[in-house]
Ligand binder design. Structure first.
Ligand code: ADP
Ligand code: MG
Length: 161
């Protein structure tokens, strides 16, 4: 199952993420693909806001992982851009089964086949006219249900973030 949005403004991308945050229940894995400057961290900032995180979310490019406590759920934000062989030691897979957390990974390509099969995958691309194409692919039935809820949340047009 797949869906594509186009956004012109930073806030539009964040509003999509805020709506997603409203339908997360914990234990979800979200991967964010796209070039530098595509909007992966921007999306994560919206997600954080939607989860009730007030602390500023910065790209964890050098730290690889940052953790933030939200109202009900924790956000694990990973950026694997600069990861080389040390990610084995980071024990990233431990984060995937935390039922009270949502895990977001920028540059999931760096983990290759070690990314769990079931997840919500987003690819963000800059279009020739400077907009963003945001393609979401739901991998697995749980994530198909999540995408359906996300679309429903956006239709309702209510962002509690
Ligand atoms: P990445 O994490 O993918 O490297 P960032 O989110 O850090 O990218 O940077 C994206 C930049 O593009 C931000 O400065 C953001 O304000 C800007 N931007 C402009 N338009 C959009 C849009 N429609 N969606 C997301 N970001 C946008
Ligand atoms: Mg980033």
């Amino acid at each position: 199952m797949r869906h594509i949005w186009y956004t012109t403004q930073t806030e539009e991308t964040q509003n999509l993420a805020i709506a997603l945050a409203q339908v997360l229940r914990g234990g979800e894995l979200i991967t964010l693909r796209g070039d530098l400057g595509a909007g992966k961290t921007t999306f994560t900032q919206g997600l954080a806001r939607g989860l009730g995180i007030t602390k500023a979310v910065k790209s964890p490019t050098f730290t690889l992982i940052r953790e933030y406590q939200g109202q009900a759920l924790k956000l694990n934000h990973m950026d694997l851009y600069r990861v080389e062989d040390q990610y084995e030691e980071l024990g990233l897979e431990e984060y995937f089964n935390q039922q009270e957390s949502v895990t977001v990974i920028e540059w999931p390509e760096q983990m290759g086949a070690q990314i769990p099969d079931q997840h919500l995958d987003l690819a963000i691309r800059l279009t020739p006219d400077g907009d963003r194409e945001i393609e979401v692919n739901a991998r697995g039935t749980i994530y198909e249900a999540l995408l359906t809820k996300w679309l429903g949340q956006l239709e309702g047009g209510e962002h509690e973030g």
